[in-house]
Design a binder for this molecule. Structure first.
Ligand code: A2P
Length: 317
């Protein structure tokens, strides 16, 4: 499997395990199984509300000798309600405590969106704060302080577009090292990937399979089904694999990290094994041809009557 290199030479496996939507009661056994079969990169977040169970699974894996802490790469993310600089350390400590770890390998600002402190979700605009109230540059300084305190090894962002990365690069002392964004053949984000690569920012593809297990409220009525896409199906048939595996291989093959979520042992294995598929240049090009800038997570779920955030300013400003 491809491994990506941070600026200091640290490495991260291209294929990691996604844990968004992995329910308490099933996420622990999924993480245990994943580590047993060779996953070394686990993607978590405070807001997924399952970090305590994942922490329990890590402890069991360490105790039973499945993996050593230093061989595991663990990511977590700063939720929108902790953007005030004085709240950032408190937030990472909550994740560390739940995950039963004394450092994270990577900590990301989850969204370029600020909530009022203490507001986890809000149905109306009042629960949000304009980003000017909690400038990303200030939140970032607090992220940098976590590196200096050895609480996290690397820091980055998620859901940032090129202008937002450019603004952050202007003030950052430690340049962001990762940008995690939605990415799959229908949303290849070639320009963003190029920008990241030019600036030594690694890139992780989330929802690489189209996150079909999202709640109905976060789903459009006429979403494409990538598993039924004729091009992907044809290539999958040629290799005798599931289209999900072609999606994962495409992401790994173009030099990004990719974090497919599964709680099913057979699918966890399939997904990790995707690295062994050999896609020809022609096949990669055919898949590249599917890009249409389609977002499964369109960002409209951040829009509120009279609110500060719109899909337009999220993705385009
Ligand atoms: P499950 O957890 O039951 O395996 P994403 O990573 O884009 O969020 O997608 C996750 C969804 O894709 C989940 O519904 C997950 O189901 C499903 N999934 C994960 N791996 C595979 C696979 N190899 N084949 C089919 N479906 C998969």
């Amino acid at each position: 499997m491809n491994r990506l290199k941070f600026r200091n030479g640290d490495k991260i496996d291209a294929i990691g395990l996604g844990t968004w939507k992995s329910e308490p009661g099933e996420v622990g056994q999924a993480v245990r199984e994943a580590i047993k079969i060779g996953y070394r990169h686990i993607d978590c977040a405070w807001i997924y509300q399952n970090e305590a169970e994942i922490g329990q699974a890590f402890q069991e894996a360490f105790t039973e000798g499945d993996v050593k802490r230093e061989d595991l790469f663990v990511t977590s993310k700063l939720w929108n309600s902790f953007h005030a600089a004085e709240d950032v350390e408190k937030a990472v400590m909550e994740s560390l405590k739940a995950l039963q770890l004394d450092y994270l390998d990577l900590y990301l600002i989850h969204w370029p969106i600020a909530h009022q402190p203490g507001v986890v979700f809000s149905e109306d605009a009042a629960g949000f704060a304009p980003i000017e109230d909690y400038p990303i540059a200030d939140t970032w300084k607090a992220m940098e302080a976590l590196v200096k305190k050895d609480l996290v090894k690397h820091i980055g962002v998620s859901n940032f577009n090129i202008p937002k990365l450019q603004r952050l690069l202007e003030t950052a002392e430690i340049a962001p090292e990762m940008n995690q964004v939605e990415s799959h053949p229908l949303l290849a984000q070639n320009e963003l990937l190029q920008f990241c690569s030019d600036n030594q920012i690694l890139y992780t593809a989330y929802s690489p399979l189209g996150s079909r297990d999202r709640s109905a409220g976060m789903k459009g009525s006429d979403e494409p089904d990538m598993f039924e896409n004729e091009v992907l199906k044809g290539i999958a048939d040629n290799h005798g694999v599931h289209p999900a595996q072609i999606l994962i291989k495409w992401a790994e093959g173009r030099g990004t990290c990719v974090i497919p979520k599964s709680v099913n042992p057979a699918r966890l294995k399939q997904n990790l094994d995707s690295a062994n598929i050999a896609l020809s240049e022609n096949e990669m090009n055919e898949i590249n041809g599917l890009d249409k800038g389609y977002r499964f997570l369109d960002g409209k779920f951040w829009e509120r009557e009279g609110g500060h955030y719109t899909a337009e300013n999220l993705w385009n400003n």
